[in-house]
Ligand binder design. Structure first.
Ligand SMILES: [Zn+2]
Ligand SMILES: [Zn+2]
Length: 277
């Protein structure tokens, strides 16, 4: 079992299995190059670590198709999918792939994303990113789907666009807007998902932990963004959904509650947001 392996490896978790109900990884890329060939083993380790639901996120057309297919293949393990064009990939598209209109109706597809703006890397020109972002927000409205947002160093522009789509259910994945934008995000009914960065040391993570302590419980979700953003004590190695427990532990510690309590809250939040059973 996962826990035993950790103990044998001298990385003893400070939570006990009995405390756990159900953990949810609201953002992972099991469909990525790094994880897809080992999907079954990755999912098995997640189940052993009490992860009962995982959302596989699409970043381009092929990636989204694979996310939807995997969610269907592994549906008995609580896998779901979202489809979208990541801002990095926006330059490859001038419209939403036609097939999205069909795939979005698959019952394991529960969100549109990840979509947004990334001015940190600027892999696509900003006007192109904005255009694809806007198109996908309209697409989500048309199909009445929640959106998973990837916003990096672009909160001003993103909020300006999102204000015109306040009716959408929004999840700020890997929330990095700090306390500065938190009230605005909450004012739009936005959810914030926190990942490995809450476990890291450094100023940015200190600020993130301040957000984690401040944010109302009903706006919190947990994620790995695996294979990226690996939490301590595995930082620098490949991430996977099983490690979402370290995110739960850190958030519970910061808020002075038990992991069991946090997991119940996050379970309710995810159910409300994604509309799954
Ligand atoms: Zn992202
Ligand atoms: Zn991601």
């Amino acid at each position: 079992m996962f826990t035993e392996k950790l103990i044998n490896g001298n990385i003893k978790s400070n939570i006990y299995r009995d405390d756990l109900n159900m953990l949810i990884d609201s953002h992972c890329h099991i469909n990525s190059e790094d994880l897809r060939l080992e999907a079954r083993a990755v999912i098995t380790r997640a189940i052993d670590a009490d992860v009962r639901k995982m959302l596989i996120v699409g970043c381009d057309y092929e990636d989204s198709c694979e996310a939807a297919a995997m969610a269907e293949d592994f549906s008995q393990f609580g896998l779901y999918a979202s489809i979208g064009i990541h801002p990095h990939e926006a330059k490859r598209y001038d419209k939403i792939p036609d097939a999205f209109r069909r795939i979005v109706k698959n019952k394991r597809v529960v969100a549109v994303g990840e979509i947004g703006l990334d001015y940190h890397y600027d892999h696509s020109p900003r006007d192109v990113q904005k255009k694809m972002f806007e198109l996908q927000l309209q697409f989500a409205e048309e199909f009445d789907m929640p959106v998973i947002l990837h916003i990096r160093d672009a909160m001003n522009d993103a909020m300006e666009i999102l204000t015109l789509h306040r009716n959408l259910k929004m999840l700020f994945h890997c929330y990095s807007g700090g306390l500065e934008y938190l009230n605005e995000v909450l004012g739009m009914g936005g959810m914030c998902a926190f990942g490995g960065a809450v476990t890291w040391s450094g100023k940015a993570s200190d600020e993130l932990r301040e957000v984690v302590r401040t944010i109302p419980a009903e706006n919190i979700l947990c994620e790995t963004d695996s294979p990226y953003m690996t939490p301590s004590p595995f930082r620098g190695k490949r991430n996977e959904p099983a490690y979402v427990r370290y995110v739960y532990e850190e958030i519970a510690k910061e808020r002075g509650i038990t992991v069991a309590e946090l997991s119940r809250t996050v379970e309710d939040n995810a159910k409300r947001f994604f509309g799954w059973d």
